[in-house]
Write a protein that binds this ligand. Structure first.
Ligand SMILES: [Zn+2]
Ligand SMILES: [Zn+2]
Length: 90
């Protein structure tokens, strides 16, 4: 049997931890493209979450915890500018 000349170390998928084939492209980090997509989606989500964790409320200056949007400006409803007296239903 022909032996492949490869220097690859055994490795696991970066996402699901399944073992990767020994003979693979050197850049292969995932067992399939879905794992790659999931991994990079998470990276992007983590980066976005990190950005959001640095947001500060424009009204009270407190950090906005668990901001749902990257451009959230207030930590909560109590800090929203109250231009309108009308209370909007949720
Ligand atoms: Zn995988
Ligand atoms: Zn606030």
């Amino acid at each position: 049997m022909k032996k492949y000349h490869v220097d690859m170390e055994p490795a696991d998928c970066e996402w699901c931890a399944k073992p990767l084939p020994i003979v693979r492209h050197w850049r292969t980090l995932f067992c399939n493209k879905d794992c790659g997509n999931a991994y990079f989606n998470k990276l992007a989500a983590d980066a976005a979450a990190e950005d959001r964790s640095r947001l500060k409320c424009e009204a009270c200056g407190n950090p906005i915890k668990g901001a749902k949007r990257a451009h959230q400006r207030y930590c909560g409803r109590r800090c929203w500018p109250s231009k309108k007296r009308k209370i909007a239903p949720d």
